[in-house]
Write a protein that binds this ligand. Structure first.
Ligand code: MG
Length: 165
């Protein structure tokens, strides 16, 4: 079977941003008050960046850094939902639609449970799928490692793409 005939594609994404000065973090397009922010060229939304990389990976189109280089001033402070929608459009143009997304955010703080529903709604909207196809999980790393020391936040995402009907 040639790759073009493969009925599904899978992609993985991973991203990390370090904490710095600030009064909120952006995660899944949700502004969450916190006593620190995430250092980044864009808005530092690690979850959306991991999802972008999963989508790009599924269609073998590189990664978010290639499409939105940090050296390009256009992306300074960029709303990562805009980046996600652009990536979704790329995937769609190539004949693919999101089947489902699973993701996990690794953060000792802030607490994310109360924000997961809003993150799922944002992702579903930008990916043009139902909320039931979008999973966002939050975990700590039991105080171990850089996330456990509250030096930063990490996110992982896996996406399955299906042929558009
Ligand atoms: Mg990033």
């Amino acid at each position: 079977m040639t790759s073009s005939a493969t009925p599904v594609r899978i992609g993985i994404g991973y991203d990390v941003h370090a904490f710095g000065e600030g009064d909120h973090v952006m995660l899944g397009g949700v502004r969450i008050p916190h006593h620190r922010g995430l250092l980044a060229h864009s808005d530092g939304d690690v979850l959306l960046h991991a999802v972008c990389d999963a989508l790009l990976g599924a269609v073998a189109l590189g990664d978010i850094g290639r499409h939105f280089p940090p050296s390009d001033p256009r992306w300074r402070g960029a709303d990562s939902r805009m980046l996600l929608r652009a990536v979704q459009a790329l995937v769609q143009e190539r004949g693919w639609a999101v089947g489902n997304l699973d993701s996990v955010v690794v953060a000792e703080a802030p607490r994310l449970a109360g924000h997961v529903a809003a993150m799922r709604a944002n992702l579903a909207e930008d990916l043009r799928v139902g909320v039931d196809a979008v999973s966002v999980k939050a975990t700590t790393s039991e105080r171990l490692g850089f996330t456990g020391r509250e030096e930063g936040i990490a996110a992982q995402a896996v996406v399955v793409l299906v042929r558009r009907p």
